[in-house]
Ligand binder design. Structure first.
Ligand code: NI
Length: 136
């Protein structure tokens, strides 16, 4: 019997979407306002979902305090109030799109979980735009 437990978190971060190897015109055409050279911020809303069997002793899939601490250490401390392009090494050569941020978050959290647990990351960049990644 598999059960999914989820915890929400959020962080504010700045970014700029662009490719160094494209002209300013092409970056503008593809990335629009997100190519602003002076960066801009988003209020990212994150849902981390963990799926697994209920532990017969504890009744938990995962202790929420453990999950909370993993999210704090791996995501909030690393991304909150940061300029993703400049201050977060994962995005030095990776465009910080919502898609790529979700994959980076997945790759940071997954190794911290017990191996039999499945992970899904949902990341909202705006209230209407969001991305889901579950490792496939
Ligand atoms: Ni943006």
């Amino acid at each position: 019997m598999k059960v999914t437990v989820s915890r929400k978190a959020h962080f504010n971060a700045a970014h700029r979407l662009y490719r160094k190897d494209w002209s300013h015109e092409k970056n503008d055409e593809v990335f629009g306002k997100c190519n602003n050279p002076n960066f801009h911020g988003h209020n990212y809303e994150l849902t981390v979902s963990v799926t697994g069997n209920i532990d017969q002793e504890t009744g938990y899939v995962i202790d929420m305090k453990v999950l909370k601490d993993i999210i704090k250490n791996e995501v909030e401390d690393a991304f909150d109030h940061k300029n993703l392009n400049v201050e977060v090494p994962a995005f030095k050569d990776l465009n910080p799109t919502t898609e790529n941020i979700a994959v980076v978050i997945y790759n940071k959290i997954k190794p911290k979980l017990d191996g039999e647990l499945d992970l899904e990351i949902t990341l909202y960049e705006t209230p209407r735009n969001f991305v889901t990644y579950s490792g496939s």
